[in-house]
Write a protein that binds this ligand. Structure first.
Ligand code: DGL
Length: 264
């Protein structure tokens, strides 16, 4: 394995940076190419067919161009729908991102878990299966929060967030039957940990947030154990669509060790 060969992290937007941050903790020396499909953002309001075709097609082309040693789909929506298909297409290991229901079920004291994801994620049979497997006897209350995707994108560009968007997520969850008992919140979209402070303020100190970023980073490190890494240039941040889509992200990218955004 060429030590300069990158890890490719893929998301519809900046959400996968939460996985990137966790990955840098465990593999600081690994070269990374982060790909944001800004031309396809948001995924959460698209159909399964649209998401599967888009993600498999783009990742095929990206893998050809960047020759990664591993691909991580740092997006719950894309992973819960297209992970199997992408694994069939690519020859390198592919790591997905799935809602952190298992750790949440282990943490909850009240037995009531809130799950916030995109519309496309929360309706997946994959999520039903995780619920059956890991949250037997617990109550899992799911809501879609597309406004949080937009808010996270805005926050990383230094733009203000509408507090009503955060309040709405809280109010809708708590208003569900049993919602007042939620003590654990699954952030089932990689964008949402970027809003963890705002969510903590809305839900209060009694509600813990759980996401998959650390677990995914550990999984990647495990799969690449024994390989050598040599980064010779800053990590790369590439976007689909016009480069102007990355305007405003300069500070967030520089703080994370990326060079200037590039068009795919
Ligand atoms: N970041 C993505 C996820 O993890 C989805 C955001 C979107 O494109 O709707 O679900």
């Amino acid at each position: 394995m060429n030590s300069g060969s990158p890890i490719l992290l893929f998301d519809s937007g900046v959400g996968g940076l939460t996985v990137y941050d966790a990955l840098r903790e465990v593999l600081p020396q690994a070269p990374v190419i982060y790909a944001a499909d800004l031309a396809g953002l948001p995924y959460g309001t698209k159909t399964e067919a649209q998401i599967a075709a888009r993600v498999a097609g783009l990742l095929g082309r990206m893998a050809e161009r960047f020759r990664p040693r591993l691909v991580c789909i740092a997006c719950n929506t894309a992973s819960t729908i297209a992970l199997g298909m992408v694994r069939e297409v690519l020859e390198v290991p592919v790591v997905g991102t799935v809602p952190a229901i298992k750790p949440a079920a282990a943490l909850t004291q009240t037995g009531t878990i809130g799950l916030v994801g995109t519309g496309a994620t929360i309706r997946q049979a994959y999520v039903d299966q995780l619920e059956r497997e890991f949250a037997q006897g617990k109550q899992l209350l799911r809501i879609a929060a597309p406004g949080l995707v937009e808010a996270a994108e805005a926050k990383l560009r230094g733009q203000p967030i509408d507090p009503a968007v955060i309040a709405d997520v809280h109010d809708r969850l708590v208003a569900m039957p049993g919602g007042a008992n939620i003590d654990t919140l699954v952030l089932a979209c990689t964008h949402f940990p970027l809003l963890s402070e705002e969510l903590a303020a809305a839900f209060g100190p009694g509600v813990r947030q759980v996401d998959g970023a650390q677990g995914i980073a550990r999984r990647i490190a495990h799969l690449l154990e024994g390989q050598s890494f040599a980064r010779t240039a800053p990590n790369r941040f590439v976007v689909t669509g016009p480069l102007s889509g990355a305007a405003g992200l300069e500070a967030a990218l520089a703080a994370r060790g990326f060079g200037p955004a590039e068009a795919f």
